[in-house]
Design a protein around this ligand. Structure first.
Ligand SMILES: [Ca+2]
Ligand SMILES: [Ca+2]
Length: 232
């Protein structure tokens, strides 16, 4: 009886130490299908009226590694990315999609690949309170068609952005991927490879993605980027 009692006490103590959601295994550390590698929008919530193909499948995923005759790199990870052009949503319009919930663990940093002038990530607590807005700071319309640092520019190519959320470690969060409304050209957004769990702080100085440059056989580095929270 005494042993039974101590087991029950131990179980109660364990329940008290582990947040309820984790104990039930409901909220994983990694966002679901963050790289779109299922080839569909599994794990993502799309707004009402999102364009679909003739079979009712939502449009917007692409497996193209390059675009245009110059074979400009997307810097896609794996086999699929979210491609603003492929959504068929007109460029002057805005759109967004919503991720699954995740528990912020590790060192509290996440990374998102984004390209296009109007790409942005919004971060929310589980109750819908917005805590972050992180925009693509890499877009640069000069030096076409090279994406080489210091020589070319950046268009639909995605750079990996490092987002510091460490103040919210242990909290349940979700993301929205946005094509923000904006007049002018290149009002498009591209996303891939959303990773929401790091055991070490990712370093923007030493990390880069390697791609074939536009209209060239040269391999060039797309440096990882810091992006600051501009949510007010
Ligand atoms: Ca991918
Ligand atoms: Ca747009």
């Amino acid at each position: 009886m005494k042993k039974m009692l101590s087991l029950v006490l131990a179980a109660l103590l364990l329940c008290a130490l582990i947040p309820a959601a984790m104990a039930e295994g409901e909220v994983p550390f990694q966002v679901e299908n963050g790289g779109f590698e299922t080839g569909d929008f599994t794990g993502w919530t799309l707004p009402e009226g999102w364009p679909t193909d003739e079979n009712g499948n939502p449009l917007g995923l692409s497996s193209d590694k390059t675009y245009w005759a110059e074979e400009m790199p997307f810097n896609q990870a794996g086999e699929y990315h979210l491609d603003g052009w492929a959504t068929t949503i007109p460029e002057p319009d805005s759109w967004h999609i919503t991720s699954s919930h995740f528990m912020l663990g590790g060192v509290g940093y996440i990374t998102v690949r984004m390209g296009g002038r109007t790409a942005a990530v919004k971060v929310f607590k589980a109750d819908g309170t917005q805590i972050g807005l992180f925009r693509n700071r890499h877009f640069k319309d000069s030096g076409f068609p090279s994406v080489k640092k210091g020589v070319g520019g950046s268009w639909a190519d995605m750079a990996t952005f490092i987002i510091d959320l460490h103040e919210y470690i242990g909290e349940e969060l979700y993301l929205e991927l946005w094509d923000e409304e904006s007049p002018g050209s290149w009002a498009v957004a591209f996303f891939d490879e959303i990773i929401t769990l790091y055991d070490e702080i990712p370093d923007y100085k030493t990390n880069f993605d390697l791609v074939k440059d536009g209209n060239s056989t040269d391999m060039v580095e797309i440096q990882w980027q810091r992006t600051l929270n501009v949510y007010e």
